[in-house]
Design a protein around this ligand. Structure first.
Ligand code: MG
Ligand code: MG
Length: 272
């Protein structure tokens, strides 16, 4: 990630929005398919086909050698899990991260799915993590600082709910590159960090663990897992900051609609 922040023009933001729409649709397709008995490779293939049918390219495939279209991280998997042929089990929590590349611009979004009979404490973790994302988005405004976003997320997830907010992985600027400056940590201090200005496009993506905030890399060289094997949740949106506030370029509405018709995925309630 370079240090230069590339502020986007209105036209560039429209291109990122188009790329994000494809990501959002791919995650909607995932939401309609995912259930116990299905494999990560199956949803990965379906997402890739949809992305290519929409004339885009998978944003993650080949990125630093990553083999999948989706990052699929199950239970104690935090992020960067590689799609495999293992069937999802009843009770799994599955974080699915998707990127696309269209007309020179990336889009990026993630969602965590609860399959079947998931423990209430894990559902609560998911709800709080999702809510922390929206709290972070609310703080992304012109005149503020990047630290305001992390502060809001950390305050809610860690201080209020005593979960572990992952430090090693962070949100990021996004545009012509998948990961651009600035880094957007999910922790921080109000009033600190990069100034937020008109045209900033960032991906905010809290990763929150039921137990310790500590993580480690698994032997596959990609998957990040919690150090204490506790479950983890991850939600992400790409947003653009304009004079009137933050605008979400990705959406989870396709996911939420699909979950309503997929009895094997639990609905995660959202305050707003
Ligand atoms: Mg992502
Ligand atoms: Mg991201």
């Amino acid at each position: 990630m370079g240090a230069t922040v590339f502020y986007k023009t209105t036209e560039e933001i429209e291109m990122i929005r188009e790329s994000c729409l494809i990501v959002s649709k791919a995650l909607g397709l995932v939401a309609s398919m995912i259930k116990p008995g299905v494999t990560g490779l199956q949803i990965d293939k379906a997402a890739e086909t949809l992305i290519r049918d929409l004339k885009a390219k998978p944003g993650f495939k080949g990125y630093q050698g990553f083999p999948g279209t989706l990052c699929i991280s199950v239970n104690d998997g935090v992020v960067h899990g590689i799609p495999n042929d293992k069937e999802f089990q009843d009770g799994d929590v599955v974080s699915v991260d998707c990127g696309s590349y269209l007309n020179g611009f990336f889009g990026d979004s993630a969602y965590t799915f609860a399959l079947g009979d998931v423990a209430p404490e894990v559902i609560k973790l998911m709800e709080v993590t999702q809510e922390s994302l929206y709290k972070g988005i609310e703080c992304a405004k012109v005149g503020g600082r990047i630290g305001d976003i992390g502060y809001a997320i950390q305050q809610y997830a860690e201080k209020e709910h005593r979960y572990g907010v992952v430090r090693e992985l962070v949100g990021h600027g996004i545009g012509r590159d998948l990961h651009e400056a600035p880094e957007v940590p999910n922790y921080g201090r109000r009033g600190q960090g990069q100034k937020i200005m008109d045209g900033l496009v960032i991906a905010i993506e809290p990763m929150v663990n039921l137990g310790t905030k500590s993580v480690r890399q698994s032997k596959d060289g990609w998957t990040i897992i919690t150090a204490d094997k506790s479950p983890s949740a991850h939600y992400e949106h790409t947003i653009a900051i304009g004079k009137t506030g933050a605008e979400m370029l990705s959406t989870h509405k396709f996911i939420e609609e699909a979950i309503k018709n997929n009895p094997e995925v639990k609905e995660i309630s959202r305050k707003k």
